[in-house]
Design a protein around this ligand. Structure first.
Ligand SMILES: Cc1cc2nc3c(=O)[nH]c(=O)nc-3n(C[C@H](O)[C@H](O)[C@H](O)COP(=O)(O)O)c2cc1C
Length: 245
């Protein structure tokens, strides 16, 4: 393993930050690394909103399903799927007139933008970790459609893909477990497996607590935040759901 792969193997999400500031030079490096990521068609169909205001972080700690540690972050980067800029260019250049089938960005554009945004976010995470800065993704930024749209002045054909909060930390938590590779990596085609394979995959969790599955479902899928995320995502996605051309 080289230094880069060693660092990747040491990844852990950090949820307890100290109050040390991230130097501007490091923020700049993290943003450059994010923007160096591969991007569909080299279109960079995303925007990054840099958040350093404590006031905004306080608001996000509440609006992102009440996660108080967000306030203690020194920096948050909001990665936004952004088809607005290209759409506006198309409008300005007369694409709707020249190509009447064009009726605004469609689901292809949104998914590619989502992929771009997540690649940029992960590059930012890797760059931050290489500089000794802790990170945590905040998926709950996809909730509270009306509130976040207004808070960040999001135009049409944009939506939050993810947010990464960053800061220095005093103690690094232990690495969290992953499934064994045989449950995740299949050779050449999807593996044919039976139900024992599924039980085997989750055996560590089930041995620790036979009620693990129901408890997990209740905590995640049956929770209020999940209902709210669904409501918000449907509102965001509506914009891209035009008919096939
Ligand atoms: C898409 C995505 C959304 C996440 N959202 C949250 C979140 O809202 N709050 C949080 O504390 N952690 C969040 N996480 C971090 C995961 O909980 C974490 O990666 C997982 O538990 C594995 O732990 P590790 O990153 O320390 O290995 C998110 C991670 C991803 C990839």
């Amino acid at each position: 393993m080289n230094e880069v792969t060693k660092q990747l193997m040491e990844h852990v999400s950090i949820r307890k930050f100290n109050n040390q500031d991230i130097p501007e030079e490091d923020i700049s490096t993290i943003l450059d690394a994010a923007m160096r990521g591969a991007t569909g068609g080299n279109m960079m169909s995303y925007s990054i909103i840099k958040i350093q205001s404590k006031d905004t972080l306080k608001k996000l700690a509440i609006s992102c399903d009440n996660q108080p540690f967000i306030v203690d972050a020194n920096l948050a980067l909001l990665f936004v799927v952004d088809n607005y800029k290209w759409h506006r260019l198309f409008q300005l250049d007369g694409i709707p007139e020249a190509f009447p089938a064009y009726n605004g960005p469609i689901i292809n554009d949104m998914i590619l933008g989502m992929q771009d945004a997540m690649i940029a976010a992960q590059n930012a995470v890797i760059a931050a970790e290489s500089l000794g800065i802790g990170t945590c993704y905040i998926g709950d930024i996809m909730e509270r459609y009306e509130y976040h749209k207004e808070l960040f002045c999001l135009p049409e054909y944009t939506m939050p893909a993810t947010m990464v909060v960053m800061g220095y930390y005093d103690k690094k938590p232990k690495r969290r477990p992953r499934f064994d590779r045989r449950f995740v990596v299949f050779d050449e085609s999807y593996k044919k497996f039976d139900d024992d394979f599924i039980y085997d995959m989750f055996s560590d969790y089930l041995e620790e607590d036979p009620d693990f599955v129901k408890k997990f479902y209740k905590r995640k899928m049956d929770a209020e935040f999940f209902v709210e995320m669904h409501r918000s995502l449907l509102l965001y996605l509506e914009q891209w759901m035009g008919p096939a051309r």
